[in-house]
Design a protein around this ligand. Structure first.
Ligand code: NDP
Ligand code: OXD
Length: 310
């Protein structure tokens, strides 16, 4: 069975080994030196493929994303028609994202951003504590990742609310949906976390107006995509003091250019797109399960809707 691997950033070798453990007849081809007959290729594992590259394989049965996001596939205007695109849903990916979100929510909840500033000024001053039950956290996006983070925060006793496209019911989480529910969702959110997919509808959603709808002193964590955030608006909101701190894992472009002022902004923590890194062993097992289903005449479990963009 021929599988194509195409990524500028991921090392193919761990994937080759992980898939070889499942398929004795594996013919693992790495783009662009993929050798052999393109007509043999049944499946593609990709991250940001070259525009039009996948059209070269006439018998492709599914395109698997190497991550949860699929905007890096859908930005290709020359995709093969009718081939399902499958996003990654993996318990390890979800656990790692939950850890990242918990770590930074706790950082802001326990005023570490303020203590960091006090340390720089050699100031010894205890700030009045706020208990978790009085802290309002909001999650933009209640999918695989957002839901897990929201539930974990609720389990720690936070007041948690979440926002999604369609209505949800999640124990311990106040759920809001649709454009009409966004204003009510934002009202009073002191720590905002973005876990949305990047689509035409969500691009630029975290702009000046959205940040202004948060209470003064709110903090922002972006673990989704750089394109969700209007960086200039965030910098302005930090400068005015309305936003007290931001943790950013994702940027446009990536890597964040060395000259970008966000690197040295005292109110910003930068991490290099590591909130949840795909772990090839568990991710490969999920992809193998879907390949088996397709070869048995079924369909993959997490096929995206190109019209929605996720
Ligand atoms: P899902 O597709 O499972 O969930 C997406 C959620 O966003 C859903 O709740 C969906 O609503 C909601 N949503 C989508 N569009 C809108 C909209 N227009 N208005 C309101 N809500 C909307 O995605 P995942 O949870 O698996 O992943 C989320 C994103 O996290 C990925 O797309 C990726 O960009 C990012 N990510 C970042 C990583 C990192 O290391 N920084 C690692 C992994 C992922 P509904 O439920 O109604 O459909
Ligand atoms: C993903 C990512 O989408 O790592 O999985 O960003």
């Amino acid at each position: 069975m021929a599988i194509l691997f195409s990524s500028k950033t991921d090392d193919p070798e761990p994937w080759r080994a992980a898939l070889a453990a499942h398929f004795e007849d594996l013919d693992f081809r790495v783009w662009p030196d993929d050798g052999g007959d393109p007509a043999d290729v049944e499946f593609a594992l990709v991250w940001a493929q070259k525009e039009g590259a996948l059209k070269h394989y006439p018998n492709l049965r599914a395109i698997f994303s190497l991550g949860a996001g699929v905007e890096h596939i859908l930005r290709d205007s020359d995709l093969p028609a009718g081939v399902p695109i499958v996003r990654l849903v993996d318990a390890q990916l979800t656990r790692d994202m939950t850890e990242y979100v918990l770590a930074w929510v706790l950082y802001y909840h326990r005023d570490h951003h303020r203590y960091r500033a006090q340390q720089a000024a050699r100031q010894w001053r205890a700030l009045p504590p706020v208990v978790a039950a009085d802290r309002q956290v909001g999650i933009l996006g209640l999918g695989e990742l957002g839901r897990a983070s929201a539930s974990a925060l609720a389990g720690l006793g936070f007041r948690v609310r979440g926002w999604s496209r369609t209505a949800k019911e999640i124990e311990g989480v106040a759920c809001f949906d649709g454009a009409g529910g966004l204003g009510e969702f934002l009202d009073g959110v002191e720590i905002l976390v973005c876990l949305l997919p990047l689509t035409p509808e969500t691009r630029g959603i975290v702009d000046g107006a959205l940040l202004a709808a948060l209470p003064a002193g709110a903090c922002f964590i972006n673990a989704a995509r750089g394109g969700h955030m209007v960086a200039a608006d965030l910098v302005a909101a930090l400068a005015s003091g309305h936003i007290a701190g931001a943790t950013l894992d994702v940027f446009e472009p990536e890597p964040l250019p060395a000259a970008d002022p966000l690197w040295s902004h005292p109110g910003v923590n930068v991490t290099p797109h590591v909130a949840s890194i795909t772990y090839h062993k568990t991710a490969a097992a999920e992809i193998v399960e879907d390949i088996r289903r397709i070869r048995d005449g079924g369909r993959a479990r997490h096929v995206v809707d190109p019209a929605k963009g996720y």
